[in-house]
Design a protein around this ligand. Structure first.
Ligand SMILES: Cc1cc2nc3c(=O)[nH]c(=O)nc-3n(C[C@H](O)[C@H](O)[C@H](O)COP(=O)(O)OP(=O)(O)OC[C@H]3O[C@@H](n4cnc5c(N)ncnc54)[C@H](O)[C@@H]3O)c2cc1C
Length: 220
């Protein structure tokens, strides 16, 4: 339309394969083989996956009795904490533990007493083995383990991926390589929406405004 590029997107869903044409496309998942399986065809220069690595992290959800002695409280009744955080200590096999509550709680819900069996979320770099679980818990009923490619390893990327991949093809998730959080991605999403809008309407003086920092600082 009006000499603008049209993007043909092929996709596969539970209902089968499909394809459609779009004026504008925003990619909102990391273009990295460990996180998504996008391919870009017939772009010149070609668009490839961006280098870098993700930090794997393991979440274990354990229903059991905390071994409060390990944390310096021989009497479990006196254990006062619902979160246990750690500092970067070599050979420590876990990063953090939280006593977690159901998402939907009733009016009568009370957090478990420290000596009762409770549900704990344990974050670690590696899956916990039996010995490590028996160190953190006196005994347990169940363990559910999920391994995530959690956040980018900031030392692994030499430069940031581009935001504009092609005329009206944008890439949001590159900002995770600056800092990986919901707030960052929300800010990036607003910025990409403004950028796409201004580019579409050729409002080019609104993009990369030289005096923007001054305007922002003095707007009140
Ligand atoms: C274990 C973990 C803990 C975290 N903890 C926090 C925290 O406490 N606070 C915080 O602020 N941030 C946290 N983050 C980071 C936060 O989750 C991300 O920054 C945020 O989810 C990014 O949002 P997004 O919408 O860009 O991407 P995502 O939430 O990753 O969504 C991308 C979506 O794209 C989908 N997708 C992938 N490939 C395709 C494809 N080919 N076609 C269609 N869809 C596709 C994916 O299934 C996914 O649903 C955490 C991340 C992880 C993994």
């Amino acid at each position: 339309s009006e000499g603008r590029a049209l993007y043909q997107v092929h996709y596969e869903s539970s209902e089968g394969q499909g394809s459609a044409f779009y004026d504008m496309v925003v990619v909102t998942t990391p273009l990295h083989p460990s996180r998504s399986n996008f391919t870009f065809e017939n772009f010149e220069p070609p668009i490839a996956d961006f280098p870098g690595a993700f930090q794997p992290s393991v979440t274990s959800v354990v229903h059991g009795y905390l071994n409060s002695s390990y944390f310096g409280f021989p009497d479990p009744k006196l254990f006062p904490f619902t979160s246990i955080l750690t500092t970067d200590t070599p050979d420590l096999f876990f990063n953090a533990m939280d006593n977690i509550c159901p998402v939907n709680i009733s009016a009568t819900f009370r957090r478990k007493q420290p000596q009762e069996a409770a549900v704990w979320r344990v974050l670690s770099q590696q899956p916990l083995d039996k010995h490590q679980l028996k160190t953190l818990f006196r005994s347990y009923y169940s363990v559910q383990v999920t391994e995530w490619q959690t956040y980018p390893r900031y030392d692994a990327a030499k430069s940031l991926p581009p935001i504009v991949l092609h005329e009206n093809l944008f890439y949001l998730s590159g900002v995770e390589w600056v800092a990986s959080s919901m707030e960052m991605i929300a800010v990036a999403a607003k910025n990409v929406a403004l950028l796409a809008y201004n580019r579409w309407h050729q409002d080019l003086e609104k993009i990369d405004q030289k005096d923007l920092m001054h305007k922002v600082k003095t707007e009140l």
